[in-house]
Design a protein around this ligand. Structure first.
Ligand SMILES: Cc1cc2nc3c(=O)[nH]c(=O)nc-3n(C[C@H](O)[C@H](O)[C@H](O)COP(=O)(O)OP(=O)(O)OC[C@H]3O[C@@H](n4cnc5c(N)ncnc54)[C@H](O)[C@@H]3O)c2cc1C
Length: 382
């Protein structure tokens, strides 16, 4: 079987890796720019299972198992690390504590041991936090982070070792269909044929699918992150300020720098090469209120990347009804990095076994939009 994967981000690489591990000999990843050039290289590295839909909780729970397994196994030997420092969801308001209690019940019923913590426990976990502003918090101890460049490097090496061809600097411009099959991809350097085509092209997916008449409701939404100077190791969890509009968050990297993100008003498809310097004070102000030691912090740089979003904030996964050999994995709505391992697993299962082993993934097929079977997720951060 010959598989062509379009997109060299976390999704495309994990799909190629899983296919090759399961014995597919001829897997090629075609990447327009360089590995990690899309949203993956711009992400904040957070990994969690504390979501609000059953589909997300279950898929992320399984993804976290894989992050752990891989970091101590074949990808760990090339440097992939999963740091399980948890996530802390801060509630400034009492009604948010009630919401968190309901979410804790959902998570616990699905095997994710989140819990409500009081200010004392919060202070132990995040000693620098000004807890005067906080009513209580939800703690997700299974969550964590994984530094994006070591992860990509590990995957790249493991893929190459398994015989995956990774072609960079080559864009796929259109797909060509004959009857119910895709027969080739037209690239910058000629055509490429395959038995199976997988579109994991992030913000480029929508336009590429249009070339074979498929419309998917994706929007490319600019999202921002800044990185500060480095500090001593301060706290492990990723901290989310749930009650502040735009849901600011902060996480310390393995090098000691802090990533700070917050959603600011943006238009879909706005160029990610424009500058929104106003983002810096907007993101830092609420975070410095929570962490007074960051009031005079130096910001080293900031960047913009796309959240490729769907109307229900869940990814679009699986095969299309229109074509028998065309698959998609995109629209992660800000959660595609953490989903990388489970994306690879279930896409490989779909291609090789005809269905994924996690039934919740079936509900995320592209047809759900035309059938009006949307599944709401509201715990979108940043
Ligand atoms: C600021 C920010 C913070 C984030 N934080 C987190 C986080 O903490 N945790 C989390 O899980 N997620 C986070 N995300 C989301 C996450 O980055 C994405 O969901 C994830 O990286 C998507 O991976 P991907 O492989 O599907 O897409 P991408 O990484 O975008 O990869 C797609 C690749 O396809 C290539 N491509 C596009 N079109 C073509 C074409 N026609 N031909 C060939 N190649 C093509 C692109 O160059 C790109 O490299 C964040 C995103 C942003 C922007």
């Amino acid at each position: 079987m010959k598989v062509l994967v379009v997109g060299g981000g976390i999704s495309g690489l994990f799909i190629a890796y899983e296919l090759a591990k399961r014995g597919v000999r001829d897997v090629t990843v075609v990447e327009e720019r360089y590995v990690g050039a899309g949203s993956t290289g711009r992400c904040a590295t957070g990994i969690r299972a504390s979501f609000t839909s059953e589909e997300h909780v279950v898929l992320m729970r399984e993804s976290i198992k894989l992050w752990k397994e891989y970091s101590s196994g074949d990808l760990g030997r090339y440097g992939l690390q999963f740091i399980q420092g948890g996530y802390v969801w801060l509630a400034r308001k009492e009604e948010t504590v009630d919401l968190f209690k309901k979410l804790v019940s959902l998570h616990n019923s699905l095997g994710v041991p989140t819990r409500i913590i009081d200010r004392d426990e919060l202070k132990n976990l995040v000693p620098q936090l000004n807890t005067d502003l906080i009513a209580a918090a939800m703690f997700d101890p299974t969550a964590g982070k994984s530094y994006v460049f070591t992860t990509l490097f590990a995957l790249f090496r493991a893929c190459r070792e398994l015989g995956v061809k990774i072609v960079t600097g080559v864009g796929v411009r259109k797909l060509v269909a004959r009857g119910s099959r895709i027969v080739e991809a037209v690239t910058d350097v000629g055509t490429m044929s395959a038995d199976v085509f997988v579109i994991a092209a992030g913000s480029g997916s929508r336009e590429l699918l249009k070339t074979v008449g498929i419309e998917v409701p994706l929007k490319n939404m600019p999202r921002h992150v800044l990185v500060t100077e480095a500090f001593q190791r301060a706290f492990d969890p990723l901290v989310i300020d749930w009650d502040t509009p735009g849901v600011p968050y902060i996480v310390q990297t393995v090098e000691g720098n802090f990533f700070v993100g917050r959603e600011i008003e943006e238009e879909p498809e706005q160029s990610i090469y424009s500058q929104r310097i106003d983002f810096i004070p907007k993101a830092l102000k609420p975070i410095a209120q929570l962490f007074p030691f960051l009031r005079r912090v130096r910001v080293l740089r900031y960047w913009i990347g796309y959240y490729v979003t769907t109307p229900d904030n869940h990814p679009i996964y699986g095969p299309f009804e229109e074509y028998e050999n065309l698959y998609v994995a995109t629209g992660f709505s800000g959660h595609g990095y953490m989903m990388g391992p489970v994306t690879g697993k279930i896409m490989a299962e779909w291609i090789l076994d005809g269905k994924p082993s996690i039934p919740q993934a079936e509900r995320l097929r592209p047809e759900r939009f035309k059938r009006g079977q949307l599944i709401k997720e509201f715990a979108v951060v940043g």
